[in-house]
Design a protein around this ligand. Structure first.
Ligand code: PLP
Length: 438
């Protein structure tokens, strides 16, 4: 923190970035609009920590928004990438590594019988809904308020004015004629799902859901909610898509579908499976996946898809994820931190709640004492975002990097040590004491 009026290094770097990059960032949440202030420009990462351009260290709970489950610059991954780079960066032909990673994912996630690689999560969800439409010959997609599935046209849509009404775009440039095929329902509301299918059932191609919602802070689904999706899709012949771009290999080795015991028809992946390189994938039932080109008539392609660097990084990642006890250890770290935060907030008499599953967790400034808080987007948006912003900046000043928004999930990595967790709790205790609980 500076006490003079001289711009800080980050302020200078941000000003330079804004000259030729819209908003100075290549993805909007990085701009700190949700919390105010200046983004931290990072020079390198190692283990649990990020280092800014002045070599200040931050304990990082963003983890590149999920992929860094092993921590930054893990030697096993970096070594795999270096060896892959020596062999050449891209060939535009099949490579054996693509087969190996497909076999691995199909082994770990039994609902996935065939899988196609893409370059991002957005591509995987966009392709999965096209596939659901092509397979069923129907147009309507159901999604849920507060879930994020990347930035393709059909998925940048919110609910229309009436319940069970056609959707309206949330972005300029999305045609209303596209948005009208997307129905947006409240999360964790089984009755809304049954009502929607009763009204539109023969038009619904598929349902896409985050099986733990990680793009509205973090909301845990009721099992009954996920079961209702499964039942309605079965009854009406619609395709159930679990968007596990965030939760895949994050909440359990078999993803959220293993954690909750609900089997989707299609699953999308991203983030962790590339270990930090750009990657996505979608897969599922073989009879559905056979509709994808070149086997079937649903077109999908990618010049760099199955890129050898990303495949070999992902395979190296799986070596470590598959070690005994990996997810137990990761979950224990998350439990320790969230319970510690809750205890310190309670001691400071602050309205506060946490959620966690596996290696992801949420923090909420809320007066709600309900044990099942939060259930949906409305409950999350009712939280105190101004208090979160103060908390965020207090933590940042003490060397803890949280997501710069009250609507994002936090991520634990295996590199977070007991000392990191305790330092985070000490910082939180100090910051909580500065927050106004009136
Ligand atoms: C991050 C995310 C996406 C989009 O992935 P990108 O790689 O950013 O395109 C899609 N769905 C979910 C659930 C995500 O968390």
């Amino acid at each position: 923190m500076t006490t003079t009026n001289q711009p800080t290094t980050n302020q200078l770097l941000f000003k330079q970035a804004k000259a030729h990059i819209p908003g100075g960032v290549n993805s909007p949440v990085r701009a700190f609009a949700g919390v105010g202030g200046t983004p931290v420009f990072v020079k390198r990462g190692a283990g649990s920590k990020l280092y800014d351009t002045e070599d200040n260290a931050y304990i990082d709970y963003v983890g590149s928004w999920g992929p860094m489950i092993l921590g930054h610059a893990h030697p096993h991954i970096i070594d795999a990438v270096k060896r892959a780079a020596d062999d050449g960066l891209s060939f535009g032909t099949p490579t054996p590594f693509e087969t190996t990673i497909a076999d691995k994912i199909c082994e770990l996630v039994p609902s996935v019988e065939m899988i196609r690689m893409t370059n991002s999560g957005t591509e995987s969800t966009m392709s999965a809904i096209r596939l659901a439409r092509g397979f069923t010959g129907r147009d309507v997609i159901v999604k849920f308020e507060g879930c994020y599935h990347g930035h393709s046209d059909s998925l940048l849509v919110k609910a229309g004015s009436g319940m069970l009404d056609i959707g309206v775009p949330t972005s300029l440039g999305v045609p209303a004629d596209v948005a009208k095929y997307t129905l947006t329902l409240p999360y964790n509301d089984p009755q809304a799902v049954r009502d929607a299918f009763a009204k539109w059932g023969d038009k619904i191609a598929g349902v896409i859901v985050e099986p733990v919602a990680g793009n509205m802070n973090m909301v845990v689904p009721q099992r009954e909610f996920l079961q209702t999706l499964r039942d309605c899709c079965d009854q009406y012949g619609a395709v159930l898509i679990f968007d596990e771009v965030m939760t895949g290999f994050r909440v359990a080795l078999g993803g959220a579908q293993a954690h909750f015991g609900i089997t989707p028809d299609l699953t999308t992946f991203g983030k962790i499976i590339g270990a930090g390189l750009p990657v996505g994938a979608f897969g599922g039932r073989a009879d559905i996946m056979r509709y994808i080109a070149p086997l079937g008539g649903v077109y999908q392609a990618g010049t760099l898809s199955g890129n050898p660097l990303a495949m070999r990084a992902g395979l190296a990642m799986f070596d470590l994820l598959c070690q005994d006890g990996f997810y137990d250890t990761l979950t224990e770290k998350t439990r320790y931190l969230t319970q510690g935060l809750q205890a310190r907030a309670d001691a400071a008499n602050l309205p506060f709640a946490t959620t966690y599953v596996g290696g992801m967790f949420g923090m909420f400034f809320t007066p709600s004492q309900d044990s099942d808080f939060p259930q949906n987007f409305n409950e999350v948006t009712a939280c105190n975002a101004a208090m979160f912003a103060d908390f965020f900046h207090g933590m940042l000043a003490r060397g803890v990097y949280l997501a710069p928004s009250a609507f994002e999930t936090a991520f634990m990595s295996m590199a977070h040590s007991q000392a990191d967790l305790d330092a985070t709790l000490d910082a939180a205790e100090q910051v909580f004491a500065t927050l106004d609980n009136a």
